[in-house]
Design a protein around this ligand. Structure first.
Ligand SMILES: Nc1ncnc2c1ncn2[C@@H]1O[C@H](COP(=O)(O)OP(=O)(O)OP(=O)(O)O)[C@@H](O)[C@H]1O
Ligand SMILES: O=C(O)c1ccc[n+]([C@@H]2O[C@H](COP(=O)([O-])O)[C@@H](O)[C@H]2O)c1
Length: 205
């Protein structure tokens, strides 16, 4: 099959807060797959975090803009924070397909932990028809995704990919805990994001 003309990456996440793990992975996937750009899309209402308290979308969106502004290939979309209800990726990708046309290939960028959850995602079979998933290695013993690729059969083989990226033992959970206990987050988030967190007094309680 001939290659489509345009390739766009989608980096979806709660980004509570965004950290250099997200940025390193997005840039590695962009370079490997020759993506024209990467759209960072903060989840308004993350489907698998319905029972957890999440920082207001406004703050997460602003931090995502601040973290990505120095990379000309990174853009931030308010699509999910402007939509009501759970932020299902299928709704987002269908909107993007309408916006960009069928001549664009979409690559949803994730960590391996997220890919392991794919069988539970809303309308996953349809989603695998519309976009690729690229799973970046993440420390923490999540291990292989071979069984997940197998689970989805031919669609899994065609649409789910692994990429060896620098493994950074960084998570938003750890950053929130560091702030709560007064420990440094320097160099784990971009400096402007660190300053924003301090200024807005986020994650203290
Ligand atoms: N250090 C990392 N290495 C590789 N992928 C990562 C890393 N941190 C996050 N990701 C991936 O980025 C996407 C968005 O992650 P998310 O915003 O939930 O961050 P998180 O650090 O996992 O947050 P939390 O600790 O609150 O669950 C997910 O697909 C996740 O797997
Ligand atoms: O569509 C779904 O069913 C679905 C279920 C879980 C997660 N997602 C998306 O996966 C991305 C990472 O989610 P999270 O909770 O790890 O930040 C984010 O863009 C979510 O909207 C999507």
């Amino acid at each position: 099959m001939p290659e489509k003309k345009c390739k766009i990456g989608i980096m979806g996440g709660t980004f509570d807060p965004i950290h250099i793990g997200h940025l390193v992975v997005a840039e590695a996937v962009r370079l490997e797959y020759l993506l024209e750009k990467v759209l960072f899309i903060p989840a308004g209402n993350p489907p698998h975090k319905q029972n957890l308290s999440v920082t207001p979308a406004r703050h997460r969106y602003i931090m995502t803009v601040m973290a990505t502004c120095s990379n000309p290939h990174f853009h931030v979309s308010p699509l999910e924070i402007e939509r009501d209800g759970p932020s299902y990726t299928i709704d987002t990708v269908m909107t993007l397909v309408k916006q960009y046309g069928t001549d664009t290939d979409f690559y949803f960028i994730t960590g391996v932990d997220t890919v392991r959850d794919l069988p539970t995602w809303n309308k996953i079979d349809k989603l695998l028809e519309l976009c690729h998933f690229v799973a970046a290695a993440r420390p923490g013993g999540v291990g292989t995704i071979d069984d997940i690729i197998k689970y989805f059969g031919a669609a899994g083989q065609r649409r789910i990919h692994r990429l060896a990226t620098p493994e950074l033992e960084i998570s938003s959970t750890d950053i929130r805990e560091r702030i709560k206990s007064g420990r440094s987050i320097k160099y784990i988030v971009p400096e402007n994001v660190e300053n924003y967190i301090l200024k807005e007094n986020l994650y203290r309680n």
